[in-house]
Design a binder for this molecule. Structure first.
Ligand SMILES: Cc1ncc(COP(=O)(O)O)c(C=O)c1O
Length: 396
């Protein structure tokens, strides 16, 4: 039987990078001594009072269809937060509730572009972006953030990538995998290009609540950008709610109306009790969110300290999030070999960052989504692995 070309476009090219991660998770389930640092799912449980809000809503009978675009009070809470962040006058009419940020990214991509168009994506990029952008029929045009510059944006390469087919610029800041944020100047460079060429900007901000010390700047807050920016976020990372699938897009009302039409045929509304819990989280669980952020920061600092004394590994200090990028080329191994051997000999699973784009070649992504004691054990094993590489080198 035949399938449509869409199924090819959404296949993505980095799928096999997860094989080693799935193998590690399976081994862990079998009870083997494996430490999994290859996943982007917070280890924290969802704060209990958020769970209680969902249970309460269930008992109160919130088990029916809901408004496809999201319940009013959740949309209002998201609009209020956006207004505080961006200083923009927005209402619930600017908000679409979606099944996680991923669903918002996908639906937005379908609304913004079609076959023959081009969409620019800053690279390294989150693994689903390739399929998400290509599902629309548009061509993905990567703009590479060079590892040598610390994954900074070069405004000239952005300008050089623009053609008369360009419709939008996609990026995640803070980034997955790098944890680096775009600075105010970098955002302004994107904004200048977008305004000059009348482009959309899709700003994926799922890690914006897990920023450690610097100030986070929102694209929609820049002059002239609210009307062309789609801000995408979710509760997944910041409130340890990945499985609840509460996300959203904030943007111009015309876009939100189009997202609603898409949601009607793709999602048909998020469960009401889930939205009630999401509302509770946004309104009442800021302290839990900040406490988790502080723990991520301690873990990041622990890993940075550990790797400082291993000259073969060059860690890149993340501004935010739950991932640390480490350049492993100093070990003499390629990233795929490093990943494979580290797992084989030491039972530590990390991710080859090439999955996020060629510009991350030579890096591995290490998630700090496990407790400090386990992170210390993981870094002890990594150190032992590097020492064994040194011994082999001396023997050679
Ligand atoms: C940059 C980025 N965007 C979107 C997502 C998807 O998030 P959600 O769980 O809200 O769909 C992820 C998840 O890892 C991510 O890292």
């Amino acid at each position: 039987m035949k399938f449509s070309s869409l199924t090819d476009r959404v296949r993505g090219s980095a799928a096999d990078v997860w094989d080693s991660h799935y193998a590690a998770v399976a081994a862990q389930r079998r009870g083997e001594d494996v430490i999994v640092l290859s996943v982007g799912d917070p280890d924290f449980s969802t704060p209990p009072e958020i769970i209680e809000a969902a249970v309460r809503a269930l008992h109160e009978g919130d088990t029916h269809y809901t408004e496809v675009i999201g319940i009013d009070k959740l949309r209002e809470a998201i609009a209020q937060q956006h207004q505080q962040n961006c200083g923009q006058d927005v209402s619930r009419d600017n908000v679409a509730v979606t099944s996680g940020a991923q669903n918002a990214l996908f639906a937005t991509s379908l609304c913004l572009a079609e076959t023959g168009d081009e969409m620019i994506v800053l690279q390294p990029m989150y693994v689903t972006y390739e399929a998400t952008v290509q599902a629309s029929g548009a061509t993905l045009v990567p703009v590479v953030l060079d590892a040598k510059s610390g994954f900074k944006l070069d405004a000239d390469s952005l300008r050089a990538a623009i053609t008369n087919k360009t419709r939008a610029i996609f990026y995640a800041s803070p980034s997955n995998p790098t944890g680096i944020m775009l600075t105010r100047d970098e955002l302004q460079a994107i904004a200048d290009v977008a305004i000059e060429h009348d482009l959309w900007v899709v700003a994926d901000e799922v890690y914006a609540d897990i920023v450690f010390e610097s100030e986070f700047h929102h694209m929609a807050a820049l002059p002239g950008m609210a009307e062309r920016t789609v801000t995408i976020s979710s509760l997944s990372k910041s409130y340890a709610m990945t499985g609840w699938r509460v996300g959203w897009a904030v943007g111009p009302t015309a876009l939100i109306r189009n997202l609603e039409k898409l949601s009607l045929c793709m999602l048909y509304g998020l469960p009401g009790f889930i939205q009630q819990a999401g509302y509770y989280a946004l309104k009442n669980a800021g302290k839990d969110r900040d406490a988790m952020r502080d723990i991520y920061r301690q873990r990041r600092d622990l890993l940075l300290r550990e790797f400082e004394s291993i000259p073969e590994l060059k860690a890149l200090k993340p501004d935010a999030g739950m991932f640390l990028m480490v350049d492993v080329r100093g070990t003499g191994l390629s990233a795929p070999d490093f990943v494979q051997q580290l797992y084989q000999y030491c039972g530590v699973s990390v991710l080859d960052a090439t999955a996020f784009g060629a510009s991350a070649e030579g890096f591995v992504r290490i998630s700090y989504t496990i407790a400090e004691a386990d992170l210390l054990e993981a870094s002890r094993r990594i150190r032992a692995f590097i020492e064994s590489l040194r011994r082999l080198e001396r023997l050679a």
